[in-house]
Design a protein around this ligand. Structure first.
Ligand code: ADP
Length: 182
């Protein structure tokens, strides 16, 4: 069973690559950003609260995100999953380790997709989601550096990180990712 985490700065292409990999390998694509956006579209209280936080480029509280991911992972069967957008803090990474233990998931692989900051900003500006305004992008990058990037060392120390260059065309990045996980 594939147990994958795709990790990296906002706008690096995690969503695009996670979608492709999930199709290639028949995995469940668990995107926490997409889960929150869906909750908003459905008009749920959580979704409305999350949207306000997201549009400022801040993080939705850990306890909420941990609960969502735990419930989602409990339902996983078949070929496995790729987690996209989670964990985003050390607290989330620790909570996730507990869930993995509970569910006996022991073949985790982390794909660290990376690109230069200039390239990332260019891509986010082009995308134009409601959290892709200049101000919000600046905050998201700050939040990434402060809260999220330590997650890389957390997995690095466990020897789980496979770094992939996120610049270039979508197809070759996809091939590179397949290579590191096979
Ligand atoms: P990106 O494409 O920039 O990586 P996502 O679609 O993954 O963005 O997430 C968009 C927003 O959703 C984040 O900026 C954050 O506000 C919220 N979010 C998504 N995942 C998490 C998480 N694991 N913890 C806290 N907030 C999250």
């Amino acid at each position: 069973m594939y147990q994958l985490i795709i990790f990296g700065p906002p706008g690096v292409g995690k969503g695009t690559q996670a979608e492709l990999i999930s199709k290639n390998l028949n995995l469940e694509h668990i995107s926490t950003g997409a889960i929150l956006r869906k909750a908003f579209d459905e008009g749920s209280e959580l979704g409305i609260k999350a949207k306000e936080i997201m549009d400022k480029g801040n993080l939705v509280p850990d306890d909420i995100m941990n609960g969502i991911v735990k419930e989602t992972l409990k339902k996983i069967n078949g070929n496995g999953f790729i987690l996209d957008g989670f964990p985003r803090t050390l607290e989330q990474a620790k909570a996730l380790s507990d869930v993995f233990n509970e569910l006996n998931f022991s073949s985790i692989k982390v794909i660290f997709l990376n690109a230069e900051q200039d390239e990332i900003i260019k891509r986010l500006m082009k995308r134009g989601r409601s959290d892709d305004t200049t101000e919000t992008i600046a905050n998201r990058l700050k939040v990434y550096l402060d809260a999220t990037s330590p997650v890389k060392d957390f997995y690095g120390k466990l020897g789980l990180v496979n770094e992939v260059d996120g610049t270039g065309d979508v197809e070759s990045i996809n091939k590179e990712i397949i290579k590191v996980i096979e």
